[in-house]
Design a protein around this ligand. Structure first.
Ligand code: ASP
Length: 301
């Protein structure tokens, strides 16, 4: 296998299509993962990431993003950043720093401005209308209905594994809340010696389980990616019995995927050998069951 990638949710396929063209021409996992995430950030039809993302409880779209390079284990991240077009690009840039790799809020925004990142109003009419509707429902909102983080785990032709994650986090989150997505080891992790992982779901529970690191660390004993994912999920469900929805994608160093989920979870796997395909992972009898699906079988983005 020359290259492979796995990503969360059906919408991530758009980014994979673009990334596949680049990987085919020899692009790095770093470049492919960032471009893929940026494709989703810039599309307002996808309402849980970037432009058109889900607002917080003040009606503001504040974004989280994280990037990790599995060769160097360097990472960059932003949390609660507002008013910029591509948080994943800012996270990627921060990964080049010797210090100050994770910036939040106003500090992240000042950094982005100073470094020439494009400013952008991510609050669309639709996302504001959604906010206005829920605002009057305060108190009735259950488990922050509506979220969905896009994560890409990419392995390139040289065997480098990189992970890129971008999200608006939980709908109607408290202003200032940061989830798992920009936290290395929780929402994502990459080590080219073993593989990489990315998570989506209720960030507080993903952080409790340090899910991404846990999954990647299980790749080290010669297990298949799916065995590692199954063991990870079993441990989380045992140790955190009140765990709400948590899903993760895992890619081993050879480009094979594994997935763990405790809810219905569409994901996309692509490689030069298999093409790019949509799958559905379901939680059945305490385990993750995976099957290939057609587009019309999947209502979830
Ligand atoms: N994990 C994200 C967060 O808690 C939300 C999601 O993936 O759906 O911010």
């Amino acid at each position: 296998m020359k290259w492979a990638m796995v990503s969360t949710w059906k919408m991530s396929r758009d980014g994979q299509l673009k990334a596949a063209e680049l990987l085919e021409k020899g692009a790095s996992a770093d470049e492919a993962a960032i471009i893929a995430a940026e494709v989703i950030e810039s599309n307002p039809a996808y309402t849980s990431v970037g432009y058109g993302g889900l607002p917080d409880n003040r009606g503001r779209v504040t974004l989280d993003a994280g990037f990790m390079n599995g060769d160097t284990l360097k990472f960059g991240a932003v949390g609660c950043v507002e008013g910029f077009k591509s948080p994943i690009r800012i996270a990627r840039k921060l990964a080049e720093n010797e210090f100050n790799n994770f910036l939040v809020g106003r500090g992240a925004e000042e950094y982005a401005l100073k470094n020439g990142f494009e400013q952008w109003n991510n609050l669309t009419e639709e996302s504001y209308a959604r906010y206005l509707k829920e605002k009057d429902n305060t108190g009735k909102l259950k488990s922050y209905d509506g979220h969905d983080t896009v994560c890409y785990v990419v392995r390139d032709v040289n065997g480098t594994v990189c992970t890129a994650v971008t999200t608006s986090g939980l709908f109607m989150k408290e202003h200032g809340r940061i989830g798992d997505s920009p936290l290395a080891g929780c929402g994502y992790y990459a080590d080219s010696q073993f593989g990489g992982a990315g998570c989506t779901g209720v960030g507080e529970d993903i952080i409790r389980g340090t899910v991404a690191y846990k999954a990647v660390s299980k790749l080290s004993d010669g297990k298949s990616a799916q065995q590692a994912a199954d063991e990870t999920l079993a441990e989380i469900m045992t140790r955190i019995p009140d765990c709400r929805s948590v899903s993760f994608v895992l890619l081993d160093k050879d480009g094979n995927f594994g997935v763990g989920t405790n809810c219905d979870f569409p994901f996309v796997y692509g490689s030069d050998e298999d093409g790019i395909r949509l799958y559905l992972a379901e939680y059945r009898d305490g385990k993750t069951a995976i099957r290939l699906i057609e587009d019309d079988e999947c209502e979830l983005d």
